[in-house]
Each structure stands twice: as structure tokens, then as C-alpha cells.
Write a protein that binds this ligand. Structure first.
Ligand code: ATP
Ligand code: MG
Length: 446
């Protein structure tokens, strides 16, 4: 397999693999195409890369977009689409965009939908493959979820490539999170071993916005919108009684982006708890005393808690889910118990209303911004695939659409930088500066 050449020595290897030379004139009627040597220079901040130090580097990336020549002959090209992992707003929009672009612009011979994630490739599950015509996807963006279904749990890459060969698939679009991208890498490895010409293109999905080198993942904007509705309800509930506490649990297993952004959007939140920022329940600067002070002063409080926050407060049981992710301790249940114990001890009454909107947020249709974004991702994925690129994902990095090698997005999880101006603004809007831990003492004195 050939690699596009680059003479520059760079910090990261951003070369994109290609199946071979693209020689077929593109069927797209355009006045200009993107040249493969066109690079976009991005000033990567630590947030983009998931680095924890203060490094910023300039890095060149291959631009996405239509090429003048395709590698695959559209009339003989059969594509397939699969969605894996948890639900996220915008999945149907990406599927729709891929199908419409492939049919109307490239006029490929067919696009197949693989049902229920990677299970759909494995004969023993007996899932049917569906033909995705333009008619079939016409209205799917009006609904949340994924029209193809999804699944978790490992599947054998050999069996997956067997299925791709059996169905004569030239391009597989894989929409999913970090697990899916790891599965994609294994599929590419198997394809290379067999020396067959199949392109694997990933479209990174993470509602938590925690994939490296993707500035904002699709669905995140919608998730923040819906999260703010839950916070508003919690705020109203907390105002309706004396010493009312509204507690909202939001997604964010390892990164607190949704909690932070929704907090900034409303400025009704008094405490935001995220995985990146350890906190304590007890002690003068602990959450319980701070909450008590807040209620003494204002008689109501809103707490937003990302699902992965406060894991340092519990013992890890070692349990894992079907995808091998550690099962997190239920920090909100612990928090509710601690609040009850504390207020009983100090002899004060309170009323706590707990809202967990996670499954509502995951399953809604994408908002207008995300619809636009998903449209671009689908189009760019098809352009890349038709040009014969593989082992890559399409990404919007800052304001640019680029191609990224698969191994880059699985390198490191993106996390909130608790030393950043952004996080400082979050803390300023909650006023929780007094909720300190040892680390924060030196970085944030509000
Ligand atoms: P989410 O953001 O919802 O977690 P995800 O893509 O990470 O999305 P997973 O369930 O972890 O969701 O993975 C999707 C599919 O990829 C599953 O079928 C899973 O078995 C497979 N997979 C996950 N990790 C790997 C891996 N390291 N190697 C091969 N396959 C994997
Ligand atoms: Mg995952």
C-alpha cells in the first residue's frame, strides 16, 4: 500500500494511506478540486491533541474535499455504512449525507446499510443488510438514533473482512467512537494482510467530545442544547422550595465538556463536577460545606455532575461493560447519600430533585448546527473514499475539514484543560472557587 509522500519532518505522522493511484476523472462537475498535496497548517493547542502540557505545535494536515480523479470506478463501486457504539444526535444525518453524496454526485452502483453495528457482518447473528437508496434515507434526519441500529461487543476482524469480500464491498464507512476506530484499525490490518482493495473511512462519533484531533464532535452541540433544558428544570425545581437542590447528571465518562459548556450557557449552575477536576466531599473546602454555605446564602442550588466525575471517591470494582470500558461508580447516588447524611448531621432541611436526562439527550434528532456539520462529514468521507484513501477519518480540526490517520484519533482521549481560560470561565460562572482541591490551589484562586 502506497503512502502519499511528504518531505517535511513533523511532530506527528499525518500521512494518509491510499489504495493506489487515482486515475479515473471525477464525475463531479466542479471548477476546482483539492490537490492531494494541498495541506492546511493548524496551530494545535494542547486541547486538540489531548496533551497535558502547554505545548502548541504547527502541524500540516491533508485537506479534505473532492479530488479531480477517483481511484474507484463509481459505476462498479459498492459502498457499505455501519454505525457502532452508543447513540448520538446526528447519526442519521451522517448516513443520509453519505448515501446522497454517493448516489447523486458519484452515482455509485450501490450503498448497503449494515445492521446493528459490527454484528451485522457476522452470519451467526442473522441480521439482514439493507439497500440504502436516496428514497430510503430521505426523511431519516427527522429522527434521532440510527436507522441501522448499533451494537457493542467485540467481533472478529477476519469474519468482517470475509463479509466485505463476500458482498464485494469497495468502501466501508464506519461511524463510531474510539472503540469503533480501534476495530477499524484491525479491519484495515486484515485487509492489508489479504492484499485486497477495500477502503475503510471512519467518521468519529462521541457525544462526550473526547476524541483527539476533532475540535468538536458531531452531536455535541445538540447534547449541550438538551442539557441546558435539564439544567433549567433543575433550577426551577430548586427555586420552588426552601433549600432546594437541583442535581443534573450529564454525559462525560472521562471528559467534562458537555457539563462545562452547558454550565457556561446558563450561568444558573453553582457547582459543576467533571472527571478532570478532583473534588472532596468533606472538609472546609469540600462540596458538602460549600453547598451548605450556598443554601444559607441563597436557599437554592444547582449541581451539574458529569458521569465520570468524582471517581476518586469510590473504589473501582474492576467490572467492565460489553465494550471493555470500566463500569463507573455511580457518583450521583453517592452524592445524594452524602448530602442526606451531612444535612442530617447539621440539622438542616433540604429538598433534592435529581434529573438524569442522558438517554433523552442521546436519542434526539440533531439541531441545525449539527445537521450542517454531519452533512459536511458525510460528503468529505465519500470524497476521500472515492479518491482511494483508507485507514483514515474525516475531521473538523478547528475551522478546517481534514483527513486524519486512524491511529491519530485513537492515540489519546481529549480532556478539559483545567488550567485553561475556558475552565476558569466555567468556575467563574459557578462561583465554586472555594470548592478547591490541592491541585487547584495553585492554578485557580478565584
Ligand atoms: P461509544 O462512544 O458509544 O463508546 P464506541 O465506538 O467506542 O462508541 P464501542 O462499543 O466501544 O463503541 O465499540 C464499537 C464496536 O467496536 C464494538 O463492536 C466493539 O466490540 C468494537 N471494538 C471496541 N474496541 C475494540 C478494539 N480495541 N478492537 C477491536 N474492536 C473493538
Ligand atoms: Mg467507546
Amino acid at each position: 500500500m502506497a503512502k502519499n509522500s511528504t518531505e517535511k519532518k513533523e511532530l506527528l505522522n499525518t500521512e494518509i494511506a491510499v489504495l493506489g493511484k487515482a486515475k479515473i476523472p471525477s464525475p463531479l462537475k466542479r471548477c476546482y478540486f483539492i490537490d492531494d498535496n494541498d495541506r492546511t497548517l493548524v496551530n494545535l493547542a494542547e486541547e486538540d491533541m489531548g496533551l497535558t502540557d502547554d505545548r502548541t505545535v504547527y502541524q500540516e494536515f491533508e485537506k479534505s474535499g473532492p479530488r479531480a480523479f477517483t481511484y474507484f470506478d463509481p459505476s462498479k463501486t459498492k459502498c457499505a455504512v455501519v454505525t457502532c457504539g452508543g447513540l448520538c444526535p446526528g447519526l442519521n444525518d451522517v448516513i443520509r449525507s453519505i448515501v446522497l453524496e454517493a448516489h447523486y454526485l458519484y452515482k455509485v452502483s450501490s450503498v448497503l446499510g449494515v445492521k446493528f453495528g459490527l454484528q451485522g457482518f457476522i452470519p451467526k447473528y442473522g441480521h439482514d443488510v439493507v439497500e440504502l437508496t436516496a428514497d430510503k434515507v430521505a426523511n431519516i434526519h427527522q429522527f434521532g438514533g440510527t436507522m441501522l441500529g448499533s451494537s457493542r461487543g467485540p467481533q472478529d476482524p477476519e469474519e468482517i473482512v470475509d463479509a466485505l469480500e463476500r458482498m464485494n464491498i469497495s468502501v466501508l464507512f464506519m461511524i463510531g467512537g474510539d472503540g469503533t476506530m480501534r476495530a477499524a484499525q484491525k479491519i484495515v490490518k486484515e485487509i492489508n494482510k489479504r492484499n485486497v482493495r477495500i477502503s475503510i473511512i471512519g467518521i468519529p462519533k462521541t457525544i462526550d467530545n473526547d476524541i483527539g484531533f476533532v475540535t468538536k464532535s458531531f452531536g455535541f452541540d445538540t447534547a449541550v442544547d438538551k442539557a441546558t433544558e435539564a439544567i433549567q428544570s433543575a433550577h426551577v425545581e430548586s427555586l420552588g422550595v426552601v433549600n432546594g437542590i437541583g442535581l443534573v447528571k450529564l454525559m462525560g465518562r472521562e471528559s467534562g465538556f458537555i457539563a462545562a459548556q452547558a454550565t457556561l450557557a446558563l450561568k444558573d449552575v453553582n457547582f459543576v463536577l467533571v472527571p478532570e477536576h478532583a473534588f472532596e466531599f468533606d472538609g472546609e473546602y469540600g462540596l458538602l460545606r460549600s453547598l451548605e454555605k450556598r443554601l444559607d446564602e441563597r436557599q437554592h442550588a444547582v449541581i451539574v455532575c458529569a458521569e465520570g466525575a468524582g471517581q476518586e471517591q469510590c473504589e473501582y470494582t474492576g467490572e467492565k461493560d460489553a465494550s471493555g470500558n470500566p463500569i463507573l461508580c455511580d457518583v450521583c447516588t453517592l452524592l445524594i447519600r452524602k448530602v442526606k447524611e451531612h444535612f442530617k448531621e447539621v440539622g438542616k432541611d433540604f429538598t433534592l430533585k435529581f434529573i438524569d436526562p442522558s438517554y433523552i439527550i442521546r436519542s434526539v434528532p440533531a439541531n441545525a448546527n449539527d445537521c450542517v456539520y454531519c452533512g459536511f462529514l458525510g460528503q468529505h468521507a465519500v470524497h476521500a473514499a472515492m479518491a482511494g484513501k483508507t485507514d483514515m477519518v474525516v475531521s473538523r480540526l478547528q475551522a478546517r475539514y481534514v483527513h486524519l490517520p486512524l491511529d491519530l484519533v485513537t492515540l489519546k482521549r481529549k480532556k478539559l484543560n483545567v488550567k485553561s481560560d475556558y475552565w476558569r470561565a466555567v468556575l467563574e460562572s459557578t462561583g465554586q472557587g472555594h470548592l478547591r482541591n490541592d491541585m487547584e490551589k495553585d492554578i485557580c484562586q478565584l
